[in-house]
Design a protein around this ligand. Structure first.
Ligand SMILES: [Zn+2]
Length: 616
């Protein structure tokens, strides 16, 4: 347990389950802000008592030089604090969006010595993240790869779970802080790499992996080769996972699927370094079962690969095209199954169909039918989506959290002239106005609460009543319920980054600047602007969640699960090193979602006038 914070003028320390909260009283993004972004700080009301307002100090301008003691920095902006009351408690919020000059700053309270960590304002403040995340993904390669730190692994993946036959499923990446590989989540970074290329023209060539002339494409190809191996030669279906483990946790309260997330009852049977020798007896299992999300996720990725590789690697491009079409054909026989009543599955199907329509494979009428079904799954009164065609429970997802909005925004962007585009736009407008915007306003950090509920799903957990026009009998939690079925209660970086992605898309299709601001708020929350001053990304910020990465160690750019909830819906994160997978485990999903968001949010080229050192 850490030393209690004593004797600082930064206000009394708050108690948490992990001990007193550490760090400054004023919460702000520990990375920083773009010049024209909305910029806010938050402080618990109890720690702002007596303060007249707040100031922003420019750390490059020293007012008084003190050799032994603190320097005094020049105040460049003064602002007032606005009260905020909600499930997180009483807060004061300050807005300093008017400060646009690039620089290194901090916030302080007037009449109190409370302060924030330093932060940067520059249009390039997020620009190093794509390369950081790319290098992290590279380090998590599974199969025939080694670097200074680690050797090759799992060359003997694996054995089919149905026949026991040895097949070649080596390659890909480890999905998380463990060694398992999942087709519905592990391959998502590829989608984000293509998005970085198309929206930001991001390019780098450090690794020199022939025939690729770009690191993003080299890394994408590494993952794509694994996807191709994971396709059943007999049916065209993609398998579920490699080394996903057994199902010893399956029970009355625990099932394979939970809130659109597969594999929730899988155990650790596949979490070991094997001997790398096929047929020796310790090969991990390739689970051959059907997962509809995995089909559409990987079909979508393969369809994007066609154009990305067409020019310099045409044979590979053709392989990707063939595999995608085989999967789509396989799914034609599954379109009437129960999974195709799920909003998450239909959203991913639409994303694949949009790409196939652009290739002339899927008719416009089929796209229109899919869009219509998705529109019908929205609550007219509440603006939220339903989980499935039964229209009973509001949509929630540990992964794919904002998928209906993401899919419909992609449809609009694919064809603004389509007769249905206006309807889809109206649906997203209703989503924003009736549901998303009010939920963001429930807390001083502007984050999207985890989910809406028709009733308390678990005993002992606090649910907040939602009081909005047009809705009644709805509740919400900021975090997952602590007593979630099957013990699945983990940090929701995957959820907040999915919302950052969706909000960046909503900002474009609805032409709403508030959506763009809200997208950045989701990222700021994960970069330390939260009650515990905890950053969920290794290497970013000053107080990191301790990574759960028990096979390959900590690594800059690793994106942890992040904050999770207690029964009273307050925040918890492992800052002490107790090594909790639930908040500290690295995961590809938040990393991929964050890149998808950033591709739509940050400038492809940063003007010199928006960089540090610019003349003021
Ligand atoms: Zn491996």
């Amino acid at each position: 347990m850490s030393e209690p914070m004593r004797g600082t003028a930064n206000g009394p320390a708050r108690g948490t389950a992990n001990g007193p909260a550490r760090g400054p009283a004023i919460h702000a993004s520990q990375l920083g802000y773009l010049c024209d972004s909305r910029k806010r700080i938050a402080i618990e009301a109890g720690r702002a008592e007596g303060a007249g307002g707040f100031e922003i100090q420019d750390l490059s301008r020293i007012d008084a030089q003190v050799l032994e003691g603190r320097e005094s920095w020049k105040t460049v902006l003064r602002g007032s604090l606005t009260p905020h009351e909600g499930p997180m408690g009483a807060y004061r919020v300050g807005d300093f969006s008017d400060l646009r000059a690039p620089g290194v700053y901090r916030a302080v309270l007037q009449g109190s010595a409370a302060f924030s960590y330093p932060f940067v304002i520059s249009d390039g403040v997020f620009s190093r993240l794509p390369a950081l995340f790319l290098d992290y993904v590279h380090s998590r390669r599974c199969g025939d790869f080694e670097d200074e730190l680690r050797g090759p692994c799992h060359l003997d993946d694996g054995r089919r779970s149905d026949t026991g036959e040895q097949v070649d499923a080596s390659g890909g990446w480890h999905d998380a802080g463990d060694l398992r590989k999942w087709m519905a989540t592990t391959t998502l970074p590829i989608l984000s790499f293509f998005e970085l290329r198309s929206r930001l023209a991001f390019s780098r060539y450090n690794w020199r992996e022939r025939p690729h002339e770009d690191d993003l494409l080299a890394e994408a190809a590494w993952g794509l080769r694994w996807i191709l191996k994971m396709q059943d030669p007999g049916t065209g279906m993609f398998f579920e996972d490699v080394g996903g483990g057994g199902e010893s946790r399956r029970g009355p309260a625990s099932s394979w699927w939970d809130e659109n997330h597969a594999g929730c009852c899988a155990d650790n049977a596949g979490n070991f370094f094997s001997d790398n020798r096929p047929e020796s007896g310790d090969e991990r299992l390739v689970r051959v079962q059907y997962n509809p999300v995995a089909q559409y996720v990987n079909a979508t990725i393969l369809l994007d690969a066609i154009d990305n590789f067409h020019a310099h690697y045409p044979a590979f491009s053709t392989l990707c095209r063939t595999a995608a079409l085989r999967c789509w054909d396989f799914m034609k026989g599954r379109r009437r199954d129960g999974f195709h009543q799920w909003t998450s599955v239909l959203s991913w199907r639409l994303l694949a169909a949009l790409r196939l329509h652009a290739m002339g494979v899927v008719a416009e009428s089929e796209v229109a039918a899919l869009v219509s079904v998705l529109l019908d799954l929205q609550s007219r009164e509440g603006g939220f989506w339903f989980m499935d065609a039964s229209r009973t429970e509001p949509y929630r997802g540990i992964v794919n959290s904002a998928q209906p909005a993401i899919a419909l925004a992609a449809f609009i962007e694919s064809d603004y002239e389509n007769p249905l585009a206006a309807q889809a736009r109206d649906s997203l407008e209703q989503h924003w106005a009736k549901c998303v915007s009010p939920l963001l306003a429930t807390n001083p950090f502007g984050i999207m609460p985890y989910g809406l509920y028709t009733s308390a799903r678990t005993g002992g957990d606090l649910y907040h009543e939602l009081r909005l026009p047009g809705t009644s009998g709805l509740f919400y939690r900021v975090f997952m319920p602590a007593a979630a079925p099957g013990g699945v209660n983990h940090g929701l970086a995957s959820h907040w980054t999915s919302w950052a992605h969706a909000l960046s898309a909503l900002a474009r299709v609805l032409e709403r600047r508030e959506c763009r601001h809200a997208a950045f708020d989701q990222l700021a929350w994960l970069m330390g602007s939260n009650p515990l001053n905890a950053s969920a990304i290794s290497g970013i910020g000053f107080q990191n969640v301790v990574p759960y990465s028990n096979f390959q160690g900590p690594m800059a750019g690793g994106f942890c699960n992040g904050p999770r909830g207690r029964p009273d819906d307050s925040m918890e994160a492992d800052l002490d090193g107790t090594i909790q997978w639930s908040t500290g485990e690295y995961w590809m999903v938040p990393l991929a979602n964050a890149l998808l968001a950033l591709a739509g949010l940050i400038p492809s080229e940063v003007l010199q006038s928006k960089k540090l050192g610019a003349a003021r």
